[in-house]
Design a protein around this ligand. Sequence first.
Ligand SMILES: Nc1ncnc2c1ncn2[C@@H]1O[C@H](COP(=O)(O)OP(=O)(O)OP(=O)(O)O)[C@@H](O)[C@H]1O
Length: 266
Amino acid sequence: MPAILSAEHVTKSYPAGGADVVAVRDLSLDVEEGELLCLLGASGCGKSTMLNLFAGFASPTSGRVLLRGAPITGIEPRCGMVFQSYALFPWKTVRQNVEFPLRMRGVPRHERRGMAEFFIDMVQLNGFADHYPAELSGGMQQRVTLARSLAADPEVLLMDEPFAALDAMTRQVMQDELLRIQERSGKTIVFITHNIDEAIVLGHRIVVMSARPGRIRTIIPNALPRPRDIHVQTSPAFAELKNEIWNHVEEEVTQHMAASRLAEPA
Ligand SMILES: Nc1ncnc2c1ncn2[C@@H]1O[C@H](COP(=O)(O)OP(=O)(O)OP(=O)(O)O)[C@@H](O)[C@H]1O
């Protein structure tokens, strides 16, 4: 499959007092069209930094970020970001929230309603179109966010720990939903998580990042069968893959903790 999104030798540092913080160092990665790619790594390893670079919210200190072979030079509307916080308009109903990006895309009013219904149906919120966000649970609000992001029809969906604030059961339901939606839509998704199970349930491939400065420690293809659902978690192949990933992550976390201890004043 061709790469839709690429990072080429990307380094990103932030000014922090005297010394710069190097969040990501010399990272190269291809995201293939139609895949759900999980970026997995410990806190502070540069996952959000990579997503912000893909969205064009920030630019690399060195190296290049490309969408379909062309450098991303500013905020890139073809890469849509879905955050952990729902960022819905509280004064608009579910339908109006989902219609908003359609209006921005110039979809005529008479077509908007039907299209909004389509996306509301896709996230299984039929019957809630006239509700306001405050009348919905966290999981339902995250579904509206997803429907709104899909309505914007970006070429790539960038998801920054979108389910982290949800309770464990709702999170699993949302993972199932996302699998179904991705399989149905074929949308390219880059999904950030620090939850190994979530990465295995969702990802076609799992990119394990090293502790800061973020680099790619390894990329693991996920051969678990598709169409997939959360029941895959009970299979021996899942446990094996989890063990393999954990070995990588454990080493990174251990090294990171040792480095932090050394940096502490005596
Ligand atoms: N705007 C900024 N200014 C200074 N330092 C920053 C900035 N953004 C991120 N950093 C630093 O860069 C490093 C990577 O941050 P980033 O948010 O990308 O990591 P992350 O893997 O997404 O972490 P988490 O899982 O905790 O969200 C961290 O050490 C962070 O403190």
